[in-house]
Design a protein around this ligand. Structure first.
Ligand code: GLU
Length: 521
């Protein structure tokens, strides 16, 4: 898609209007698994591209050789695909889309460009060779620290003569390249935060753009690439806000047009500190592993810092794209609220067709089987019949085991204490189970249906003066081993008459044995 097609809306302030085509990017570093924050940034870029008819680009910032791995790269690409955030240009796409005029999209494949551009900056004296060693820089930093001053490069190598340079070279020192940060203040209009003004004196002095070994560094590569890829809007996390003035100065030095910037609010732990692995689950993979579904995840991530401005809450990705605008992004941090995520996820699970739900549950049931928590894998037809019973009870797909394991395993673990509802004692529970056994036994196989079971069991509770809920609880625990299950009568039907009667018998034996050991209460 290109600007001017699709949903472009010239009336919206952040839409392209007559400006350059919208080109946005997500630029993850493959130094860890796909992070929730990266997924949210990718989503907002994707939504903005879809909303404006722009292009969404994936670029891998893989120059940190020590920490980047192919496995993390795979995890990130797969996670983005899983979320449905397909990119229009970038790694893994056929032909031109990966190798075209703006590619390649892996920074390690763009080293020649960084080298020639840093050479140009040196030639223009916008950058210089710096021979300071790590030990010298460290000592400088410590001196500033001791004097309670912010770390800042002294500029020692900023004006070396040819002879001084030659002397350092003769010592065997290898130079880094530093970009000159000129005094003054950098001002830009952030599309989320409004006007931002930062004084160049706060930027830590002249900036290393190429390490002594020749490795180009993030601030430099990001600007070279954003310029080369004609990125129109840089939409990224607020943690990059303090980097943006450096980037703007680099764009200017390169004689390139600056993109517009939009800094997304930080994602916060529940205690309002910045979201961290220690306090929150941050890897998208772990959410997938629990059984969050893409629809729920995308819906939730979109609401992490953005809102429709109305009460609307449950929205699919296309509906969100149609409403999306950078103007509706909040400035304040967005607390990651797991309960809300689960709720939204549950809402989306309810919207799946039974066949689709069965499909998505398969890997989770397989896991139950692999972990020997169920004895056999049910057939699709069997599962589809169960979907109406479980669909509203799944905040995540991974909860399926607890809901249905008693149906697919011969043995259930019974806790005798749970067979005795709170208002009952053991003797009443034994009575309840005994009478229930008789009542259910009187329902013939041909009549074994929810209504045919409910009526006589209610009548039994009434006749004995029990609360129906108590009687039903002891039956539920006896036949499933659990206190929370799908609706009882459907559960009995799903279990089948023989198994229900058999499990009631076992529960009675267990409770009676316990009663003999522990004495009558
Ligand atoms: N590689 C950077 C990161 O993952 C990209 C930042 C940017 O969008 O400029 O944070």
């Amino acid at each position: 898609m290109r600007a001017g097609s699709g949903l472009a809306n010239p009336g919206v302030a952040d839409s392209p209007g007559d400006g350059p085509a919208v080109r946005v990017r997500i630029a993850p570093s493959p130094t860890g698994p796909l992070h929730i924050g990266t997924a949210r940034t990718a989503l907002f870029n994707y939504l903005f591209a879809r909303r404006t008819g722009g292009t969404f680009i994936l670029r891998l910032e893989d120059t940190d050789l020590e920490r980047s791995t192919p496995a993390y790269e795979k995890d990130i690409l797969e996670g983005l695909r899983w979320l449905g955030l397909g990119w229009d240009e970038g790694p893994g796409l056929p032909g031109e889309l990966d190798r075209g005029p703006y590619g390649p999209y892996r920074q390690m494949e763009r080293l020649a460009r960084y080298a020639s551009i840093s050479a140009g900056l040196l030639a223009d004296d916008k950058a210089y060779y710096c021979y300071c060693t790590a030990a010298e820089l460290d000592a400088e930093r410590k001196r500033l620290e001791a004097a309670r001053l912010a770390p800042r490069y002294s500029g020692r190598c900023a004006h070396l003569s040819a002879a001084e340079r030659a002397a350092f070279e003769a010592e065997g020192r290898r130079p880094a390249i530093r970009f000159r940060i000129e005094p003054g203040s950098v001002v830009f209009d952030d599309l989320v935060r409004g006007r931002v003004q930062i004084d160049a004196s706060a930027l830590g002095g002249d900036l290393v753009i190429v390490r002594a070994g020749g490795t180009p560094l993030y601030h430099f590569c990001v600007v070279v690439d954003d310029a080369a890829m004609k990125i129109s809007h840089v939409i990224r996390g607020e943690d990059h806000l303090s980097n943006t003035p450096k980037h703007i100065l680099l764009f200017r030095a390169l004689g390139e047009a600056e993109p517009r910037f939009a800094h997304l609010p930080l994602i916060l732990n529940p205690d309002r500190t910045k979201m961290s692995k220690r306090k929150s689950q941050t890897a998208v993979d772990d959410y997938i592993g629990e059984g969050f579904i893409r629809e729920g995840m995308v819906n939730y991530l979109a609401l992490l810092g953005w809102s429709t401005g109305s009460e609307e809450e449950i929205l699919g990705i296309d509906e969100i794209a149609a409403r999306f605008s950078l103007e509706h992004i909040q400035k304040g941090g967005a607390v990651f609220d797991r309960e809300r995520l689960e709720w939204l996820n549950g809402q989306w699970i309810r919207r799946l067709s039974p066949t689709e739900l069965v499909d998505r549950l398969r890997p989770f049931l397989q896991e139950e089987a692999d972990g020997a928590r169920i004895d056999r894998l049910p057939a699709d037809s069997e599962l589809e019949l169960l979907m109406p019973l479980v669909q509203e009870r799944l905040p995540v797909l991974g909860a399926i085991g607890d809901l249905v394991d008693f149906l697919f395993s011969e043995h259930i673990d019974l806790d005798p204490a749970q067979l005795v509802p709170k208002r009952w004692d053991r003797a009443t529970a034994l009575d309840g189970l005994g009478y229930a056994r008789v009542t259910i036994g009187e329902v013939a196989q041909a009549d074994f249906e929810p209504d045919q079971l409910e009526a006589p069991l209610r009548a039994l509770a009434e006749a004995r003066g029990w609360k129906a809920g108590d009687l039903f609880m002891t039956i539920r625990v006896a036949v499933t081993g659990r206190t929370a299950t799908p609706p009882l009568f459907q559960t009995l039907v799903a279990l089948g008459r023989e198994r229900v009667l058999g499990r009631l018998d076992s529960a009675i034996v267990l409770l009676a044995a316990g009663a003999r050991e522990g004495g009558q209460e």
